[in-house]
Design a protein around this ligand. Structure first.
Ligand code: 3SL
Length: 238
């Protein structure tokens, strides 16, 4: 029997969904979840996502390697920002990295009632679909959006993952259909589409085009981050 797949377009709406017993895939294509996938693929030991700067600062005081972003910009006093290219270095190998971002880490902390919280990005979408198809569980794709509002890039990812899971999962609500149709209408032109997103414009002054180009690449990595307690680690391959 097919399982259900549903899409939640904002952390402001996640309280409308029953997460119990389900897999929640959190996605923040630009750039939090793309960064997390990249870091674990480059052998970071684990990632500790925290919602607030205060929590991140308390880890900083304990000597952790910490990353912080607010409003798209790096936060003073933190060693790492939110560009995936900073997570491909020797510096992150074997490290526990604490990350706080405007939307992505908030969406993670709002998903913890789920049976499993997984991290999604275009960078790991095939590995994610394969992992989920072995689980026999309902799925909710939780889009981080921007400050409570829906965004283009996370909705596109939701549509792409729905498309990959149509053999094993039934589309449970209209949002899943909307995301799927939207993705199918632009999938040949993902970079050009996302380049025109509000967040791409917001990040424009930070010379972000390189990051966007990277974040829409599909399935560079085989890794599926999973939340174990408060920490994201690579799930066992299925
Ligand atoms: O909002 C977030 O969580 C971030 O990913 C935003 S940014 O791409 O780092 O600006």
């Amino acid at each position: 029997m097919k399982r259900n797949i549903d899409v939640c377009l904002s952390p402001e709406l996640i309280n409308l969904y029953d997460l119990e017993g389900k897999i929640v895939v959190v996605v923040d294509i630009l750039r939090a979840t793309s960064v997390m996938v990249t870091a674990l693929a480059h052998e970071a030991k684990e990632i500790i996502p925290v919602a607030t700067l205060e929590e991140a600062r308390s880890y900083l005081d304990q000597g952790f390697l910490c990353a912080a972003e607010r409003g798209g910009a790096p936060v003073e006093g933190f060693e790492l920002d939110n560009s995936p290219f900073n997570y491909m270095t020797e510096q992150i190998k074997g490290e526990s990295i604490v990350i706080t971002t405007t939307n992505g880490t908030l969406a993670i902390t709002k998903s913890t009632a789920a049976d499993q919280v997984l991290i999604g990005a275009f960078l790991n979408i095939n590995a994610l679909a394969k992992y989920i198809s072995h689980q026999d569980k309902d799925v909710i794709i939780h889009c981080a959006g921007w400050k409570g509002k829906t965004n283009m890039e996370d909705t596109l990812f939701a549509g792409a993952l729905v498309e990959l899971l149509t053999d094993s999962h039934e589309l449970a609500c209209d949002t899943a259909h909307v995301a799927l149709k939207y993705y199918q209408s632009v999938k040949g032109n993902l970079f050009e589409t996302v380049k025109n997103s509000a967040h791409a414009k917001r990040l424009g002054k930070l010379n972000i085009i390189k990051d966007i180009e990277f974040c829409v690449r599909q399935s560079d990595y085989d890794i599926v981050p999973i939340l174990v307690g408060k920490t994201l680690v690579a799930a066992q391959p299925q």
